[in-house]
Write a new protein. Structure first.
Length: 185
C-alpha cells in the first residue's frame, strides 16, 4: 500500500468505470484525493486549482480524445505522469503514439479486475520520484496555484482606459519573468 497521499485527476466519462478505477486506486493508495472530469474545460480548471500528482485518462471522451487531454496537461506541466486507462488503445500503433506523445503508460480496461495490480508499479514510480522532490514539489504546486489565481484576478480586472490595460500587461510580463507562462496557465 502506498502511504504517500496522491492527488489524482481521473478523466473518465463512464460513471461505472470511474467508480471501479477509484476502487482500485484505493486498494493501492492509502490516502488518494481523486477529482473527476470528462471535458477539457473542467480538466483545465482542475489542473490550475487542484495541481494533480498524476493523471489517469480514458482515450475516448464525449467532447475530445485522450491526446487532447494529454496535450493540455503537458502545456500546464510537462512533468505530470499521465496514464491512459482505456479500452480504445488496442493496437500497437495507437499505443506507440500515446507514448511518443508523452504518456507515461497505458492500461487496458479489459484488465479492470486486475487494475490495481496493473497500476501499482506505475504509481510506485510516481511516488519514488515525488519523495525525492517532495519539498520542492509542494512549493511549486502552491506557487502555480497562486500564480494562476493572480492571472485570473488580472484577467477579471475591468480596465477602463489604456493606461490600466498597459499596467495589467506589464504586471503579467513581470510575473512571466519569474514563472514561465506555461507554468502559470
Amino acid at each position: 500500500m502506498i502511504k504517500t497521499a496522491l492527488r489524482i485527476l481521473l478523466v473518465e466519462d463512464v460513471k461505472t468505470d470511474a467508480e471501479l478505477l477509484e476502487y482500485h486506486i484505493r486498494k493501492i493508495v492509502e490516502k488518494p484525493e481523486i477529482k473527476l472530469a470528462d471535458n477539457l474545460d473542467d480538466i483545465a480548471t482542475l489542473l490550475h486549482s487542484f495541481a494533480p500528482d498524476i493523471i489517469l485518462s480514458d482515450y475516448n471522451l464525449p467532447t475530445c480524445n485522450g491526446l487532447d487531454v494529454l496535450k493540455l496537461a503537458k502545456e500546464y506541466d510537462n512533468t505530470i505522469p499521465f496514464i491512459f486507462v482505456t479500452g480504445t488503445i488496442d493496437n500497437d500503433e495507437l499505443a506507440a503514439n500515446t507514448i511518443l506523445s508523452g504518456a507515461t503508460g497505458f492500461v487496458l480496461k479489459k484488465h479492470m479486475k486486475d487494475m490495481s495490480e496493473k497500476l501499482a508499479p506505475l504509481f510506485k514510480q510516481v511516488v519514488f520520484n515525488m519523495i525525492e522532490k517532495e519539498e520542492l514539489r509542494e512549493k511549486i504546486r502552491k506557487n502555480r496555484i497562486s500564480i494562476n489565481q493572480i492571472y485570473k484576478y488580472l484577467d477579471e480586472i475591468n480596465t477602463d482606459n489604456e493606461e490600466q490595460r498597459l499596467n495589467v500587461t506589464r504586471i503579467k510580463q513581470n510575473i512571466d519573468k519569474i514563472s514561465p507562462r506555461g507554468d502559470a496557465k
